[in-house]
Design a protein around this ligand. Structure first.
Ligand SMILES: N#Cc1c(-c2ccc3ccn(Cc4ccc(CN5CCCC5)cc4)c3c2)n[nH]c1N
Length: 247
């Protein structure tokens, strides 16, 4: 999978050189190109923003630098072939919420392009214009306001990139993590078995895999019911045992 990110703060994406995503790039499993939007300006001051039509606080990102940057990226896209377009993700507090389900969906794509807005956002006409060369999606990291799209892109690239086959060493660890089955993950423990007078639950030391699986499932359900009751409503309980339904 290829990722392209356009930002006025390209150095914000430096953490993607590290750890799992960094190794996947070195191994050729992922490609990541970061572009400085100011490269695509034409004036001496490399201007990327201007005052908003209709008034209001702050500045809005000018459309033309975005069109120059996105056109260059689309021209070299492996997804720019008949019947196929690269996907342009525009982080925005007004976007659809980014979820594990969406991460899985996007991990199937060949080429993802991210447009990191700043100030009060990007001129809306860019998203309309981009629809000719891209499948455009406005996506929100969550219901709070950040200062720009870069933090959202760091999270999305990590969440999507780790789902690409080969990136995570043991794919089994993708199965039991939070949200993979609609539930939050179970609690985890490691040595020492006794720590500051707190013991690891006995069942986890038993070697009884059936009981361990039951313990973990019950804690997933209990945790989800307590911390995220909204997820419980979305569950298909038809596959739940009588005990599980009463947790
Ligand atoms: N993903 C994601 C995001 C973002 C995000 C993503 C991208 C940009 C680009 C700029 N900002 C800052 C901003 C955005 C909106 C306002 C409100 N204004 C009122 C009238 C027009 C806008 C003000 C500042 C961004 C924030 N925030 N939270 C998320 N989950």
């Amino acid at each position: 999978m290829r990722f392209d990110v356009v930002s006025i703060f390209p150095e914000y994406l430096a953490p993607l050189d590290l750890s799992l995503i960094g190794k996947a790039r070195t191994d050729g499993l992922l490609e990541l190109n970061v572009h400085d939007l100011r490269t695509y300006t034409k004036d001496r001051h490399r201007t990327v923003d201007d005052t908003p039509y209709g008034g209001g606080a702050g500045m809005v990102m000018k459309p033309e630098p975005w069109a120059q940057a996105l056109t260059e990226i689309a021209e070299t896209s492996p997804a720019s072939v008949p019947e196929r377009k690269p996907t342009l993700i525009v982080p925005s507090p007004a976007g659809e919420v980014f979820t594990q389900k969406l991460a899985y969906e996007l991990s199937e794509e060949v080429h993802l392009v991210f447009a990191c807005g700043r100030y009060e956002g990007i001129d809306e006409r860019v998203l309309e214009w981009a629809g000719e060369q891209f499948t455009v999606r406005a996506v929100s990291l969550g219901d709070y306001v950040l200062n720009g799209g870069e933090v959202a892109v760091l999270a999305m690239v990590e969440a999507i990139g780790r789902l690409v086959p080969g990136v995570v060493g043991n794919p089994e660890s993708l199965i039991e993590e939070s949200h993979s089955d609609g539930l939050l993950e179970y609690p985890v423990y490691t040595k020492p078995s006794s720590w500051r007078e707190r013991e690891v639950p006995e069942v986890l030391l038993s070697g009884n895999h059936g009981k361990i699986a039951k313990f973990r499932r019950e804690h997933q359900l209990r945790r989800t019911a307590t911390r995220r009751p909204d997820l419980i409503d979305a569950l298909d309980v038809s596959s739940f045992s009588k005990t599980e339904r009463n947790i």
